[in-house]
Ligand binder design. Sequence first.
Ligand code: B12
Length: 226
Amino acid sequence: MAFGSNREALEELCRSRGAVGFGVCQLSDIRTDDFLLPERTVRDLPLAVSIALHLSPAVLGTLEDHPNQLYEHHYRQVNFALDRLALDLANLIQNLGAQALPIAASQLVDWQNQRGHLSHKRVAVGAGLGWLGRNNLLVTPRHGAQVRLVTVLTDLGLAPDHAMENGCGSCRACVAACPAKAISDTPAEFKHLDCFTKLKEFQSRRYVSQYICGLCVRACGGTRDA
Ligand code: B12
């Protein structure tokens, strides 16, 4: 099958399941040395398909100054939908005669350092879905940071996409919204520890049972047409 028709088949499945973002990242174009995956896996599966599902702006709209149970349930359901989609996409790729490795939407493999197998954000940037915003999240032109991500590694013949320029412009909505004051002018200045401490506080107050917040996500709904 040609590159174009492979992509069409994959993208059609993802769009039919509600994906608002789909792209292909060539792993050699991004930093992979801190991915918690065997070296041979990254070598043998040189492409990553990045998929985004839209969060519900209505659910996010119920957040005031802390996370709530509506958001927690929605967060879990979107993760579940992403994992199912990644599994079905992997099956489709296998039926096309190639290898596919779905990476969990939200799974920790290093609890101490709070790390997943790989950074879905970094893959999504390389796949041209958006850019890394001030809020340290993947920001898309159309839906802002109100997307969650999943990745499928593969050796299927696909043409890679290109990264997009940062489009935050002068917007600083997330800076004002962050309850931990963890957001500054650039994502490199993002204060991970302050964010994490606030998330732990929210959990210990029993607003939610997971380390989530959502306020920087609510503040970033997208400003441009795709
Ligand atoms: C553990 C974790 C956390 C930890 C943070 C730990 C950490 N070190 O990052 C805690 C609990 C604090 C957390 C908080 C949140 N998280 Co979280 N988290 C994860 C998880 C499971 C693993 C992250 C990881 O391994 N990080 C390790 C570092 C190395 O990678 P990274 O932070 O993703 O990316 C860094 C580098 O890759 C680099 N980078 C990224 N892109 C690029 C591009 C270029 C060109 C370069 C050079 C570098 C570069 O800069 C990034 C920032 O330091 C991911 C899922 C996943 N597997 O990606 C979700 C994930 C990152 N979280 C997500 C979200 C939404 C949140 C929260 C909003 C909570 C919530 N759901 O309400 C907050 C937001 C905090 C914020 N503003 O950054 C989403 C982000 C979606 C998006 N639109 O970007 C993810 C991708 C889950 C998903 N499936 O969608 N999270």
